[in-house]
Design a binder for this molecule. Structure first.
Ligand code: ADP
Ligand code: MG
Length: 679
């Protein structure tokens, strides 16, 4: 057998199980090794029976003292009970509906039992423990036990069986693909050791060491992959766009560009004239005016006889871009259209035809733009707005719609520069670190329930003065009912403020329904918009001057900052009120940061420091290949090292020709649903 073999070759794994394993993405032996335990039970904490206390999860080494007795306590419920003892005392053990486990135990034999203790004194009972025989002359039973992710129909035993078989196929003599100098410098286990330790640790220290290696490995591969993507693109020929200037475009705007916008535009312009394809990330705080930069690129592309596309994360945002950019482009006779999911099939078809013929020069849309049936006449530039929702692979797909079009991605959430350079290692980065003039910072308050009536009065007052109000509710997930859903909260608010016009917007509505509500709010036909975070990105209603965020403690700081960027866009003095300050000290401290600063980069740093990156980016929102263990920025120092090492290695061996095993691993990591990214 080899690691590339199907798990079907393992004894006892039949077609039914194979289908179940597939749900865990396990098809081959290698896949089994790649499926790491999600947790470990530490059974090294073996204590005398007498010391076991209620509520503890512990291990005891004890002898079965009485024959297990099984009783039916009610229909469908059997209880098996027996007593065990060691030199210090005795304990009850019970199993529910599991007489077979108990029946296999032998009276007088010593076992390691691991489980939770219930009851006190003579009634102390260990409930449904895991157990293993302690045999004289044999090594002690496995004390640190892996707990694998499961799916219905599979048990831990099944996972143990396939991983054991796969571990047996590991070749301990095989050379590690990780360059030796690096392994030494960071005191890393070899790959084989790490895999062994992550699946079958002898101690939790083994787990920690294995993790260290695996994390470094992931980050290193990631950095190598991103650097290779960048490297490879640098060799490609791109479209040299030499016509037109940003200055000509600035004349079309109703305002003067900020210094930061000019700088970023200059960088874009340099890129697209260079004859190499541009791959640039624009980072900037909410409201810093990134859209204008998308427009500069589209404008220049059109001046050079090419089409341009702007990809937005939501339909609402796509139509807002259309509204703000359409008139600007129209001044120059540039045709611009939205390819949206909410139009009739006929309109859609017509739109696609015009894109294919080149009649439409600038196309704005959502993910729909990257679907197969959209073809361009001559696509020269692509903008992905609010990048974190698009993956590396989606960018690649879009890229293929033209002949290496210039690509600009605009990030929604500011992230610290060092982190950006790593995460977007395949891109060049421009930073827009200046807000347009005349913005007054949004005054932010963190409040508790006690303030609720006063906040309602404040809402009413803002509307009386001609302003509009957003009320944001977190997404309600199953089983989390105490949170307010947008719909319920909207209805409740309507009772409290019966004379105000209230609209509700949430993710489950159809795009056309959303548009109706959003447009009504934008047109001033609604006073209050109660919404989930669907309004997070991009929508622009300058008359909105107050945002009230319910259960604000449930959001990340960066997300809250992003949300409040929806107000303070017009002349009115603007406010943001966050409920949740009464939900504990931690919530209070976090919300305080938001009240103290309006700098998105600073907030991002605080957010990262407090919550760690998993939450910061959301699940897979960073758009990178799936990392199983590296907690991206939580390991920032390690990541920095990995990046440096990757760069060092690639500068000597840019195509990884001399490191075939490493190269294979990088390609494996970047392989995705659409196939190979490297090909
Ligand atoms: P974001 O960076 O969050 O995407 P936008 O591009 O939506 O920001 O810009 C926010 C608002 O600022 C828009 O209404 C836009 O018209 C305006 N704006 C952008 N640049 C300038 C500028 N240089 N001067 C004045 N207003 C500007
Ligand atoms: Mg934007």
């Amino acid at each position: 057998m080899a690691l590339s073999d199907s798990i079907a070759k393992i004894k006892g794994i039949g077609p039914k199980k194979i289908a179940l394993f597939q749900k865990l993405s396990i098809e081959t032996m290698q896949d089994a090794l790649d499926c790491y335990p999600r947790d470990y039970e530490d059974r090294t904490y073996v204590i005398p029976v007498a010391a076991a206390k209620e509520g503890q999860k512990i291990a005891v080494c004890a002898v079965v003292g009485t024959q297990p007795v099984t009783r039916r306590i009610r229909k469908g419920m059997e209880i098996t009970k027996f007593r065990v003892f060691d030199t210090s005392g005795a304990l009850w053990i019970t199993y529910y509906n599991n007489r077979y486990t108990a029946a296999a135990l032998q009276e007088g034999q010593e076992y390691l039992f691991y489980g939770r203790i219930q009851g006190q004194g003579a009634q102390r009972t260990m409930i449904s423990p895991a157990c293993e025989a302690v045999l004289p002359g044999m090594p002690p039973p496995q004390r640190v036990v892996p707990v694998y992710p499961l799916t219905a129909g599979l048990t831990q035993k099944d996972l143990i069986r396939v991983t054991t078989a796969a571990l047996g196929e590991q070749d301990a003599g095989e050379r590690d693909w990780m360059p030796e100098e690096i392994a030494q410098e960071y005191e890393l286990l070899t790959q084989t050791q790490a895999v062994q330790c992550i699946h079958r640790p002898q101690s939790l220290d083994d787990v920690a060491q294995a993790r260290q290696r695996i994390i470094f490995e992931e980050l290193f591969l990631l950095c190598c992959g991103l650097a290779r993507l960048k490297e490879r693109r640098a060799d490609e020929a791109g479209i040299a766009m030499r016509e037109g200037t940003p200055d000509a475009f600035w004349k079309l705007l109703p305002f003067a560009p900020t210094g930061a916008q000019k700088r970023a535009a200059q960088e874009i312009w340099n890129d697209i004239r260079s004859g190499k394809p541009m791959n640039r990330l624009v980072q900037g705080d909410v409201g810093s005016g990134k859209t204008v930069l998308a427009a500069v690129l589209c404008y220049l592309a059109v001046q050079n006889g090419y089409q341009a596309a702007i990809m937005a994360p939501t339909e609402i945002l796509a139509s807002q871009h259309m509204e703000s950019l359409g008139p600007i482009f129209a001044q120059q006779g540039i045709t611009c259209a939205v390819l949206s999911g909410s139009v009739t099939p006929k309109q859609k078809r017509e739109c696609k035809e015009k894109i294919a013929s080149g009649e439409i020069q600038v196309v704005i849309g959502t993910h729909a733009l990257i679907q197969k049936d959209v073809t361009f006449h001559r696509l020269g530039a692509v903008v992905a707005d609010e990048q974190h929702r698009f993956g590396v692979d989606q960018r690649a797909t879009l890229h293929e719609k033209g002949e290496r079009p210039h690509t600009l991605v605009m990030s929604a959430t500011p992230i610290p520069r060092t982190l950006a350079l790593i995460l977007y290692g395949d891109l060049d980065v421009s930073i827009v670190d200046e807000l347009p003039p005349g913005r007054t910072p949004v005054e932010t308050f963190a409040v508790g329930e006690k303030m609720r009536q006063r906040i309602y009065a404040f809402i009413d007052k803002q509307i009386a003065e001609g302003g509009q109000v957003y009320v944001v509710c977190p997404l309600v997930e199953d089983g989390e009912l105490p949170l307010k859903s947008a719909e319920e909260h909207g209805a409740a608010l309507q009772k409290i403020l019966p004379h105000r016009r209230i609209g509700v917007l949430h993710g489950k509505m159809r795009p056309a329904e959303k548009d109706v509500v959003m447009n009504a709010f934008a047109a001033g036909e609604l006073d209050i918009l109660v919404a989930t975070t669907v309004i997070e990105v991009g929508v622009n209603v300058p008359n909105a001057c107050l945002m009230v965020i319910e259960d604000a403690d449930r959001f990340g700081l960066s997300q809250l900052h992003q949300l409040r960027g929806r107000v303070g866009r017009g002349k009115r003095k603007s406010y943001c009120v966050c409920f949740g300050a009464d939900k504990g000290e931690q919530a209070k401290q976090r919300l305080k940061i938001l009240c103290q600063t309006n700098d998105g980069f600073e907030i991002a740093r605080a957010d990262l420091a407090q919550r760690g990156p998993g939450d910061f980016f959301g699940k897979r929102q960073h758009g990178l290949p799936m990392l199983k263990m590296a907690d991206i920025a939580g390991d920032l120092a390690l990541m920095q090292s990995a990046k440096e090492e990757a760069e060092k290695l690639l500068s000597d061996d840019p195509t990884l020709q001399e490191h075939p095993a490493l190269r294979e691993r990088v390609e494996r990591m970047f392989r995705n649903d659409h196939g190979e990214i490297f090909n």
